[in-house]
Design a binder for this molecule. Structure first.
Ligand code: ATP
Ligand code: MG
Length: 548
C-alpha cells in the first residue's frame, strides 16, 4: 500500500522534533446520524494512517451531542465500517460521556464573566449577529450578573424552560470580524431523550464548544477536520484557552473529497434512502462505505484510492473512474475468473452425443497460477453471450462467432454455427452448431485457426443467476438539468437486472466473494444471493470505460 505523505505529516514531524508534543494522538469524530460515505474515508484514513506513521494513537469518538438526529443503528454501522476498512481505534469514546465535565467548563466560563444566558429567540439572535460587512449588536441580556447567569443555567439544566426559551452563549465580541466569534451559542435546550444518556439532560452543548474540550480531555494533539472548519479554529483556541484546559490540542484543516456524479452529503444520502428510490443505505449505487462494500469494492481499493488523491488545503473532485482502477489493480490477481453468461443464448452442438458430459481443465486465474485449476463441464447444450454471435460476419474485424464461422469455446472445442431458430419477434432462441472432436483444448491441434475464442457455460450443470449492473445514480450536470433538484437528476437507468447463468463451481458462493467473470467484469456475490437464486453485483468493468 502507498505510504501516507502530506502537509499534516510534515507538521507532526516538526512538532515531534521540536518537542512540542511527545507522541501523536488523533481522533475520528463522526456524528452518528447516518452511515459513513467515501468522503469520511478520507478523514478516517488520514487520521489513522498519520498516527500509525508515528506509532501514535487514534480514537473513534462519536460526536453525539445532538440527540435529535442520532441513533444507535448508525453507531453500530460506523463501528462496522471502520473495522471493515481495517482500522482498530485505540479507544471508542462518546462525546456524550463528557457532558458532566463539559457542563462544569461552561460554569467556569460563566464565573469568569465569559458566558451568559440569553433570552433572545433563535431568529432574534441571527438578526443581532450582523453580517460580514456589518458588526453585530449586543443582546439586551448580555450583561446579566454572574450569579443570575449561574442560577439561570442551572434552571436550564433542571428543565425549567421550554426549547428555545434560553441559550447559553460565550461572551466574546459582537463586532468581531469573524462571525463565529460573535457570542456563539454554547448550550441549547432540547427536550429530547439521548440515545445513551436517556432523559438525564435537556441541555446539549454545541459542536464548537464541545469539540475542543473533548479533544483536550482525550489528549488529542492534532485535531484534523475538513476545510469548512477553518474559520472556527479561532473559536476552538478561545475555548481551550478560556476553559483553562490542561492539555492543548491544535486544529488542522484539509480539503474535502468529492467524486464526480456522486452525492456526498449525509443529508442527500438520507433523502435518497427515505424516498425509497434506492434499496437502502447499502444500495450498491450509494457512495456509503456499506454500499461500496456491497458493490464489491475492497478495503484496499478504497485505501489506495484515498491515498492516491493526496491531501491538501483545497477541496478536490476526483473522477469516479479512479476508484474502479484501484479495484481492478487490487483484484486482478486475487479474484478467480469463472465463466458467467449475463445475457444468454443457447447453443446445441448437433454432432455431440446426447447424454455425454466431459470435464475440461481450466486455470482459476490465467495470470496467477497460484490460484490453481478447476474442471468445467461440457455437453451438447451450452450458453454463450448473445452479443458474441451475429448471423452474418460483418467484417474482418469481427473476432467472435457467426454462421459458417468457426470459433473456439474457451478450454473446449472448435465449433461452427450452422443455423438459428427464432421466436415470433425474430430473436434468436437457439444456435445450431457442430464441433470438431480433434480440436479439444490442450490437444496441440494447430491445422487451422479459429475466428475467436469465446466463453460458455454448460447448460447441463449451469446455475441460474441474477446479475445487477449499475450506472451512476446521478446524471451528468448539463445546461438543461443544472437547475433541477437532485432528486430530478436521478439516472433512470442506474440499475439494470439481467438473468443468466454461472458455472456450477459457483453453486455455493457466499455473499462478499469477489470474482472476475471472464470477458465481462469484476463482480461480487450479493447478500440477496441464496442457493435457490444466485445474485451478483457488477463492481466495475474489466477496462476503463473512459475515453481518453
Ligand atoms: P456531511 O457533510 O456529509 O453531512 P459531516 O462533515 O457533517 O458530513 P461528520 O460525521 O461530522 O459528517 O464527519 C466526520 C468527519 O469526517 C469530520 O471530521 C469531517 O470533516 C470529515 N468529512 C466528512 N465528509 C468529508 C469529505 N467529503 N472529505 C473529507 N472529510 C470529510
Ligand atoms: Mg459534521
Amino acid at each position: 500500500m502507498a505510504e501516507i505523505n502530506n502537509f499534516i505529516k510534515t507538521i507532526m514531524q516538526n512538532d515531534l522534533n521540536s518537542g512540542k508534543v511527545d507522541a501523536i494522538a488523533t481522533r475520528f469524530p463522526p456524528e452518528p446520524n447516518a452511515y459513513l460515505h467515501i468522503g469520511h474515508a478520507r478523514a478516517i484514513i488520514t487520521n489513522f494512517e498519520l498516527a500509525k506513521a508515528f506509532s501514535g494513537t487514534t480514537n473513534l469518538r462519536f460526536d453525539d451531542t445532538n440527540p435529535a438526529k442520532e441513533d444507535k443503528e448508525f453507531v453500530a454501522g460506523i463501528i462496522e465500517d471502520l473495522a471493515w476498512l481495517g482500522y482498530k481505534p485505540n479507544n471508542i469514546f462518546y462525546g456524550s460521556d463528557y457532558f458532566e465535565e463539559t457542563y462544569e467548563k461552561a460554569v467556569l466560563l460563566i464565573k469568569k464573566g465569559l458566558a451568559y444566558v440569553d433570552d433572545l429567540s433563535q431568529e432574534e439572535m441571527s438578526k443581532y449577529r450582523g453580517t460580514i460587512v456589518e458588526p453585530g449588536k449586543n443582546s439586551p441580556w448580555r450583561d446579566r450578573s454572574v450569579e443570575e447567569n449561574l442560577e439561570l443555567f442551572e434552571q436550564m439544566r433542571d428543565g425549567k424552560f421550554k426549547e428555545g426559551e434560553k441559550t447559553l452563549r460565550a461572551k466574546i465580541d459582537m463586532a468581531h470580524p469573524n462571525i463565529n466569534m460573535r457570542d456563539p451559542a454554547m448550550y441549547r435546550i432540547l427536550h429530547i431523550p439521548h440515545h445513551r444518556q436517556g432523559t438525564k439532560w435537556c441541555i446539549y452543548p454545541m459542536y464548537d464548544f464541545a469539540h475542543p474540550l473533548q479533544d483536550s480531555f482525550e489528549g488529542i494533539t492534532h485535531s484534523l477536520c475538513s476545510l469548512e472548519y477553518d474559520n472556527h479554529r479561532i473559536l476552538y483556541d478561545w475555548f481551550i484557552e478560556n476553559c483553562e484546559m490542561k492539555h492543548v490540542p491544535h486544529q488542522y484543516e484539509f480539503g474535502r473529497l468529492n467524486i464526480t456524479n456522486t452525492i456526498m452529503s449525509k443529508r442527500y444520502i438520507r433523502a435518497l434512502v427515505d424516498s425509497g428510490k434506492v434499496m437502502g443505505y447499502d444500495d450498491p449505487r450509494m457512495p456509503t462505505l456499506c454500499g461500496l462494500r456491497r458493490r464489491g469494492y475492497t478495503p484496499d481499493s478504497i485505501r489506495n484510492f484515498i491515498l492516491s488523491t493526496g491531501l491538501s488545503r483545497v477541496n478536490s473532485t476526483v473522477e469516479a473512474e479512479s476508484l474502479e482502477e484501484e479495484l481492478r489493480n487490487d483484484q486482478k490477481l486475487l479474484a478467480t475468473r469463472p465463466n458467467a453468461i449475463i445475457n444468454p443464448v443457447k447453443v446445441v452442438i448437433d454432432n455431440y452425443p446426447e447424454d455425454k458430459v466431459e470435464y475440461l481443465d481450466c486455470p482459476n486465474n490465467q495470470e496467477n497460477p497460484d490460484l490453481g485449476n478447476r474442471q468445467i463441464s461440457f455437453s451438447k447444450y451450452v450458453y454463450i453471450e448473445r452479443e458474441d454471435f451475429i448471423e452474418q460476419k460483418p467484417n474482418k474485424k469481427w473476432k467472435r462467432w457467426a454462421l459458417d464461422v468457426e470459433v473456439r469455446l474457451m478450454h473446449a472445442y472448435f465449433v461452427k454455427a450452422t443455423s438459428c431458430e427464432y421466436d415470433n419477434d425474430g430473436n434468436i432462441t437457439l444456435i445450431h452448431a457442430t464441433y470438431d472432436p480433434e480440436t479439444r483444448s490442450g490437444s496441440g491441434f494447430d491445422a487451422r485457426k479459429p475466428n475467436g475464442n469465446i466463453h460458455f457455460v454448460d447448460a447441463s450443470t449451469a446455475k441460474a443467476a441474477e446479475f445487477r449492473l449499475f450506472e451512476p445514480l446521478m446524471l451528468d450536470i448539463t445546461e438543461e438539468n443544472k437547475d433541477l433538484d437532485f432528486m430530478e437528476r436521478l439516472n433512470p437507468n442506474s440499475l439494470q437486472i439481467l438473468n443468466g447463468y454461472v458455472e456450477e463451481s459457483l453453486a455455493n458462493t457466499v455473499p462478499g466473494t469477489h470474482y472476475q467473470f471472464i470477458r465481462n467484469g469484476y463482480y461480487v456475490t450479493d447478500k440477496d444471493s441464496s442457493n435457490e437464486k444466485l445474485v451478483f453485483n457488477r463492481t466495475c468493468g474489466l477496462k476503463s470505460s473512459f475515453k481518453l
